[in-house]
Design a protein around this ligand. Structure first.
Ligand code: HGY
Ligand code: MN
Ligand code: MN
Length: 419
């Protein structure tokens, strides 16, 4: 991927590992590896990232959506920006690689270019998107949605358990919610975005392959459901007189699972991973239950079909038990395709290094899905141990990481060299 007269741009895996290790140390004590969005730890980790960016000579800013951006000037005027990055927040008790790898890899791109004295023609940005994981405000991919102009005024009023609004959360992280009524980047501004991420599944590992070239990212719909029943004494209330919100929610959750298994027409998944029971006491019939139903599919029609069915199921099951159910969509992203030129550039980069690669869709959501609405976007997956992710055991070995990050550098250089 290098012209004959240029020093090859090689990543330094030790430096990369050291930065990953340093970022992972910003973790809640006793709860590896937890660094949830908007927490003090998340703020401290970003202060460290800003310092790393400055040492590398990047101009830093936090945009209105709270995205931390480090910018390297290019040698040619008037070219769009090339960009790479991911997110520095984690899920509760998450892993060391989901998101962190993509941010640290983008820093390594800058370091490796500097080592080789290689100047890109395009400006290059390292981006740490704000709050990719669902968080206290209930919405994921906040920074990348802001960048693409997807955050609605209603989203900005989403409230955390501590009573703060998402608008206040964004401001705390250095953004400006008053400026989020339009995309932060217009089409053409970003010439190409490439995000590297662990696969979070076991396709690559089972096939003993090095690189996944992502073809598209699933659409995700998250629906908040509140079931209103009646709290009563558990000993003195006969079974026939109860309005047990938890029993109704349990039946609904079981039905969601059965239905998702039966959708033969297109692969999809449905999950209830968050559930709150009130008053949550062993001798009280549960009076109120809130949960989030998350649906993911590669086809918009599949998402829509299941969503309609789930709405109907929730309503009828609640009515049958004289309960009241309310539903509210709290997050929606369409399935998106990755840019074909970027897919080709990644495949060529992997192939030139002799890495084994395959094209594959992503069942996980990513910032790249939102960037894809305003710019050509692509993703590189690397294998992770047993396909585990969103858990402390999440792991990718240093050689796997090195092959992925080298492919990232080579892809970006190929995009930079395009006429
Ligand atoms: O939820 C997801 O798919 C991603 O890991 N944020
Ligand atoms: Mn994640
Ligand atoms: Mn992630």
């Amino acid at each position: 991927m290098t012209a004959a007269n240029q020093t090859p741009v090689r990543i330094d895996n030790k430096r990369l590992a050291a930065r990953l290790e340093r970022l992972s140390q910003f973790t809640e004590p006793g709860k590896p590896w937890e660094r949830t969005a908007f927490s003090d730890l998340h703020v401290s980790a970003r202060e460290w990232l800003v310092e790393e960016m400055r040492v590398l000579g990047l101009e830093t800013e936090i945009d209105a959506g709270g995205n931390l951006i480090g910018r390297l000037q290019g040698t040619s005027n008037g070219l769009g920006t090339l960009a790479s990055g991911s997110h520095s927040d984690t899920v509760p008790s998450g892993g060391r690689f989901d998101g962190a790898l993509g941010v640290i890899a983008a820093l390594e791109v800058v370091s490796a270019l500097r080592d080789a004295g290689h100047r890109l023609r395009h400006p290059f940005e390292v981006i740490d998107f704000l709050a990719e994981e669902p968080n206290q405000y209930g919405l994921s991919c906040i920074g990348s949605r802001a960048m693409a102009g997807e955050l609605t005024p209603e989203n900005l009023e989403f409230t955390a358990p501590d009573g703060t609004s998402l608008a206040e959360g964004i401001r705390r992280m250095g953004g400006n919610p008053d400026k989020l009524n339009a995309p932060l980047r217009t089409k053409g501004d970003i010439a190409g975005f490439v995000e590297i991420h662990i696969e979070q599944g076991r396709v690559l590992e089972d096939a003993a392959e090095d690189i996944g070239v992502v073809t598209g990212i699933v659409g995700i719909t998250r629906i908040a459901v509140d079931i209103e029943g009646r709290a009563d004494h558990s000993g003195a209330t006969p079974m026939g007189l109860r309005k047990d919100a938890l029993v109704a929610a349990s039946l609904m959750i079981a039905a969601f699972d059965v239905q998702a298994h039966q959708d033969y027409y297109a692969p999809m998944v449905a999950t209830v991973g968050k559930l709150d029971v009130h008053p949550n006491a062993s001798n009280v019939v549960p009076g109120r239950v809130s949960f989030v139903l998350e649906i993911r599919a590669g086809q918009a029609a599949t998402l829509e079909r299941y969503h309609k069915w789930a709405d109907w199921t929730i309503r009828t099951m609640a009515e049958e038990r004289s309960l009241v159910a309310r539903t509210r969509i709290i997050g929606q992203s369409e399935p998106v395709a990755m840019d074909t030129d970027i897919q080709l550039a990644i495949s060529d980069a992997a192939s030139a290094s002799g890495y084994k690669y395959r094209s594959m869709p992503s069942g996980a959501g990513h910032d790249a899905a939102h960037v894809a609405l305003i710019a050509p976007a692509g993703m590189i997956f690397i294998p992770c141990l047993d396909g585990r992710s969103h858990c402390p055991e999440e792991f990718s070995d240093s050689e796997q990481i090195a092959r992925g990050v080298q492919s990232l550098v080579d892809t970006l250089i190929a995009l930079d060299n395009r006429q």
